[in-house]
Design a protein around this ligand. Sequence first.
Ligand SMILES: Nc1ncnc2c1ncn2[C@@H]1O[C@H](COP(=O)(O)OP(=O)(O)O)[C@@H](O)[C@H]1O
Ligand SMILES: [Mg+2]
Length: 231
Amino acid sequence: MSVLVEIRKLSKVYTRGREKIEVLHHVDLDIEQGDFLALMGPSGSGKTTLLNLIGGLDSPTEGTLSIAGKRIDDLGEGALAKWRASNVGFVFQFYNLLPMLSARRNVELPLLLTRLGAAQRKRNAGIALDLVGLSERSAHKPSELSGGQQQRVAIARAIVSDPTLLVCDEPTGDLDRQSAEEILALLQQLNRDHGKTIIMVTHDPKAAEHARHVLHLDKGTLVDRPEAVLA
Ligand SMILES: Nc1ncnc2c1ncn2[C@@H]1O[C@H](COP(=O)(O)OP(=O)(O)O)[C@@H](O)[C@H]1O
Ligand SMILES: [Mg+2]
């Protein structure tokens, strides 16, 4: 088994005026390639902060963060954005789709940052929508789709560049139980059948049961670890 995400003594301090708030304190964590990890913890414990660091949306104050052997903690904003575009897919609680674009156009968006031509972009977006079971809705705008369907579009957008890593922040937080189960089943399928490594923040113990491992954050510190890390 190989380690995909290697985190050492990772800390994040936010400054508000003269006040410094340490949101993450010396986090050590290895995440294996192919894992599906659920990250739980009380509101404000630093889950989103940790997820955003792993996804390269933000940089740590201290410590090191390597993904697939590449250090990303010391990258500047431009290099980090470039790294992110080809290595990470993001799924958010409120889908973050652009309302005026069709499902297919939304899914195509990340490909505008690549060298793919229009025909290839359209084809890849079609493949991703097919994978999430929404090909027949590709011309619909987000407002014409249910919450569960919008989240499927967001997942298609997250995987369209074929990233190794999927980071999901409360992906079922705004969904009813049945839609949530469908989204979780889809994430499991992406993990099991398509080799995606998934890190999912959730409040919901039922959602966490779909993961292979569960970790808990409390006040910026990991309070337990999966067997893989203890070994
Ligand atoms: N950009 C920011 N500036 C200042 N404080 C922040 C910022 N982002 C998050 N925080 C603070 O960091 C703490 C952890 O936030 P977050 O990672 O969003 O927690 P969680 O996702 O577990 O609810 C909270 O106290 C929050 O107010
Ligand atoms: Mg959060």
